[in-house]
Design a protein around this ligand. Sequence first.
Ligand SMILES: [Zn+2]
Length: 216
Amino acid sequence: MLLIDIHTHKHAEPDPGVLTLPNVIVSKESIYRTPCSAGIHPWYIDENFDRQFDTLKMYQQKEGVIAVGECGLDKMTRTPWDRQLMAFEKQIELANELNKPLILHCVRAYSEVYAALNNKHNQVPVMMHGYSKNWSLAESLLENGYYLSLGPHILKGGMMEVINNIPLDRLFLECDDKNAKISEIYAYFCRVRKLPLQDLQQQILLNFKRVFNYTI
Ligand SMILES: [Zn+2]
């Protein structure tokens, strides 16, 4: 039995039976465990972006860095929009050069994220982390080919329609920066969807291997 937590900011070792993908925020953290993702977060874009981007490129050369991100666009942060867009577009290009998936942070900017990915002719898998909106938005993201990752937010009970309808081969689960246990999120999803835990666990493992090109 292996549970995958596809996006976490926890530095502590994962529980037994859990494989996590810790996210390294370039300029705030360095690589502390692999496999991991590494990216420039829209909240933390340095004045000297070129140097920050060089650091990201250097991290991406290391063994076990299997995704670019989290990166993306955020309408609720103070970072100027043109800086966010520039940093996001550079990371889309990088992910495509390296042929690694993108882990996206998106706050109130879904159409702008879509436009940027399109502009850059993105070809790599895209995973929206911490998806917490409604089913109709989820449907349009799924139509664009994106993967959705659901977090501890679902435990509050407001995500029934998404849980009941999302194609399981487009799904990931995560703890993000919260104190929840990934096993609780798996269990909750299975309870709502009326799905055996083993089936969900197998499917997400398959998704992980396929999207992140990872061999366990
Ligand atoms: Zn995060």
